[in-house]
Design a protein around this ligand. Structure first.
Ligand code: GAP
Length: 438
């Protein structure tokens, strides 16, 4: 399958089956923001839940936090985003479209839209932060920004969290939340958008131990993606060169995935040193030091950050899971999602719409739902078509009520990937699925 075909197929499947819709589609839509449908919202929530569980719930050295999107404007002066969170922008004087100056076609001098050569203006720096006004007066004193990263909400709360949770350095603070960037060229479906979600963790360490923690977090985060079921050969680290480093970073590694449009970053591990806390001390006039309770030593901690895009990770999960297979001369589309990520865990079918089979199937579906296992009932169409519809959205197990069910209270469970079927007692279904999910 050609790579561009794969993206087209994913966009179409996502819309048709309720994973992802274009925002405001009835008005012509926009290419830069997307909405998650009934299956998409479950997949996204499952990714975030796994992250939260691994990063917060299963660790005693990371605390959770949820900070506001709108913050005091001085935060962004201090963080360096007002001065330095920019992309170089050029305009084509022929078609008046604007592009990032560092796009390969643009660097080659050719307009990606109208194709003319050497019609670009000189690059100017364009700040990616969205601006709005706080309160009823729209003047410059009321200007505030939509946060372009969640990290700053964590830095300004560093001492609040440390004191309240009685944590000792080294420890981390994690949060998941929306971020906004007025990207010059959004695109590739949900890969680069203007509104997106981040799952970020700031780990505060004693200066001098930062390199060691950096290595540990690199390894931990890569393993997390492998545990999601992503093919390891499609994952790699890529170090930022000196001219690629963000204004706050001393060292940075991206975790990249080989998308149909090339190797691209979807998580960054950054050594932010004491840059952010020191700048907030200077701008706020408040001390952001840690006092070691054992030695009474005072210092501004260094920060090792893990910054994952939730939407980009979801795209990685979808791209990696999508496959087409020939089975008995027929093509089936499968989303081979890790069961813990699959939006629907089980579909329940009556083989035919009579002989008490629909009632028995409904009962199983209700028992699964009562156990908080998302299950779906479907009685329409041939059984083969019902299987295919579930394969396409990634449902790991299909349960069929058939003629034997009334005789000996048993059903078949079909595995999405191996296509193997096992027969088990109706009253064992919930336990059988729960065991595999756990
Ligand atoms: N706090 C550090 C930080 O924000 P980043 O590398 O700029 O670092 C982290 O962003 C992650 O956020 C990226 O790896 C990516 O997954 C996601 N991200 C950034 N910009 C994005 C955009 N325009 N659309 C979707 N995801 C984006």
């Amino acid at each position: 399958m050609a790579n561009s075909d794969l993206m087209d197929k994913l966009v179409s499947l996502s819309k048709r089956r309720g994973y992802i819709f274009q925002s405001s589609e009835i008005y012509g839509g926009t290419g830069s923001v997307w909405d998650y449908g009934p299956l998409g919202v479950e997949l996204k929530r499952n990714i975030k839940d796994r992250w939260w569980s691994a990063m917060v719930r299963r660790r005693d050295d990371v605390e959770g936090l949820d900070t506001s999107i709108l913050m005091h404007p001085s935060v962004w002066e201090a963080s360096g985003h007002v001065a330095a969170f920019t992309d170089p922008l050029v305009e084509c004087t022929n078609c008046h479209r604007r592009f990032r100056a560092d796009l390969p076609e643009v660097e080659g001098g050719q307009c990606p839209t109208c194709g003319t050569k050497d019609t670009f203006t000189e690059p100017r720096l364009f700040n990616l932060m969205f601006k709005t006004f706080m309160g009823p007066v729209e003047d410059s004193s009321a200007t505030i920004y939509l946060r372009p990263e969640t990290a700053q909400g964590t830095y300004v709360n560093f001492l609040n969290v440390q004191g309240a949770a009685r944590q000792r350095v080294p420890f981390g603070i994690a949060q998941i939340g929306k971020a906004f960037r007025n990207e010059i060229t959004p695109g590739n479906f949900i890969f680069r958008t203007r509104e997106f979600e981040q799952a970020e963790m700031q780990f505060f360490v004693k200066p001098g131990t930062d390199e060691e923690w950096f290595d540990r977090w690199m390894e931990t985060r890569m393993q997390w993606h492998v545990d999601l079921g992503i093919r390891p050969e499609k994952l790699r680290f890529q170090e930022h060169g000196p001219d690629e480093l963000a204004h706050y970073a001393k060292k940075a590694f991206d975790i990249e995935y080989e998308f149909p449009f090339g190797w691209k970053e979807f998580e960054g591990i950054h050594n932010r040193t004491d840059f952010d806390l020191t700048r907030h001390q200077e701008h706020s006039g408040k001390r952001l030091e840690y006092i070691d309770p054992g030695s009474n030593e005072r210092f501004v901690p260094y920060v090792v950050e893990t910054a994952m895009g939730v939407d980009r990770t979801l795209l990685v999960v979808l791209v990696d899971a999508y496959r087409e297979e020939e089975i008995q001369g027929e093509t089936r589309v499968v989303l081979g999602l890790h069961p813990s990520l699959a939006p629907t865990k089980a579909a329940v079918f009556p083989l035919v719409k009579k002989d008490g089979m629909p009632e028995a199937a409904h009962k199983i579906k209700d028992a699964l739902r009562a156990a908080a296992i998302p299950a779906f009932y479907d009685q329409s169409g041939a059984i083969g078509r019902r299987y295919r519809r579930q394969d396409e959205v990634g449902t790991p197990w299909c349960i069929t009520v058939d003629g034997e069910t009334a005789e000996n209270d048993s059903v078949t469970i079909r595995d999405r990937d191996s296509l193997e079927q096992v027969r088990i007692g109706t009253d064992q279904v919930v336990g059988w699925i729960r065991e595999r999910l756990d």
